[in-house]
Design a protein around this ligand. Structure first.
Ligand SMILES: NC(=O)c1ccc[n+]([C@@H]2O[C@H](COP(=O)([O-])OP(=O)(O)OC[C@H]3O[C@@H](n4cnc5c(N)ncnc54)[C@H](O)[C@@H]3O)[C@@H](O)[C@H]2O)c1
Length: 272
């Protein structure tokens, strides 16, 4: 199957390097015939790796956008429509950042300026994106918007800290805007709750290796990797999922609904 997204135009946020989930999504969308622009924070682009992704995706244009800035978001949506020659069919929001986690601040003692930035960049940016598109009527009927999230929004993973609060807000915005956008413009909005994945953002969380191994052991299918997540995103952007909206969709090999597996007793045993 090679043409699931033929004729579709999109915007892909968050490809930092080839480990990024968004990087894999871009490759899969290209493979499936989509045309899209790539975007990331100006500071992330200085590393220049996104140029390699652009080259692998038929020279997809790159537009800088700090998701916490209204003017950047406006510019991104205007330029994307200009470059792609019309309205957008799909968007991937794959953005997360927590300075408290980076600095090792524990949940019971957060820096609130950092927390503000975390909520703004990782969650409110989704509202900013959707509101900007809504105002400009930038998304075609039956368009599809997906944001990536994590199960720490529902269950406690202590080291995930304030990002759990950001993901709860992100999922709530997806439902609230999903109602409005569905009702008024037939656009669907969902979050995909992905397994722990070895990326720059993922590996930045303390104890990541442990809960990666634990999730791998607990999930009947094992952890879903970035490429598999990309395939799910393609399915969500395609016309085959047109009636799915306002959902938090677990893409985690069954982790979210598994209570126990004896395999978890073997986690870490190899290292002993
Ligand atoms: N890696 C995991 O284990 C995992 C699991 C579930 C969900 N997710 C989510 O997947 C998404 C992508 O993360 P990833 O794991 O691919 O890591 P990543 O580090 O490759 O991607 C995070 C991206 O956010 C971008 N970003 C940060 N601040 C920004 C800003 N102000 N403006 C624009 N972009 C900004 C970064 O430049 C980077 O490209 C995140 O929402 C993350 O929470 C990751």
């Amino acid at each position: 199957m090679n043409n699931l997204l033929k004729g579709k135009k999109g915007i892909i946020f968050g490809a930092l390097n080839d480990k990024s989930i968004a990087w894999q999504v871009a490759l899969k969308c290209h493979e499936q015939g989509a045309e899209f622009v790539l975007t990331n924070a100006p500071i992330a682009m200085r590393m220049g790796e996104i140029n390699n992704l652009s080259a692998a995706c038929g020279n997809a244009q790159i537009i800088p956008c700090d998701v916490s800035k209204n003017e950047d978001m406006e510019n991104l949506i205007d330029k994307s429509m200009e470059i792609l020659g019309g309205k957008i069919d799909f968007i991937l929001h794959s953005v997360g950042m927590s300075m408290n986690i980076r600095k090792g601040n524990v949940y019971t003692n957060l820096d609130y300026k950092f927390m503000h930035d975390t909520l703004d960049i990782s969650a409110m940016s989704f509202h900013r994106l959707l509101a900007t598109c809504y105002k400009k009527d930038a998304i075609n009927d039956w368009g599809s918007v997906v944001a990536l999230t994590y199960i720490a929004a529902q269950r406690i993973f202590p080291d995930y800290s304030e990002m759990a609060d950001a993901k709860s807000l992100l999922e709530s915005i997806s439902r609230s805007f999903g109602y409005q956008y569905g009702k008024h413009k037939k656009v669907r909005i969902n979050t995909i709750s992905q397994s722990p994945t070895k990326t720059t953002a993922g590996s930045g969380v303390k104890g990541f290796g442990d809960f990666f191994d634990y999730a791998e052991a607990l999930s009947p299918l094992g952890n879903a990797n970035a490429e598999q997540c990309a395939e799910y995103c393609v399915a969500m952007f395609s016309d085959f999922t047109r009636m799915v909206t306002m959902q938090n969709l677990f893409h985690d090999g069954g982790f979210s609904f598994t209570g126990f597996s004896p395999d978890v007793f073997n986690v870490g045993k190899d290292a002993e």
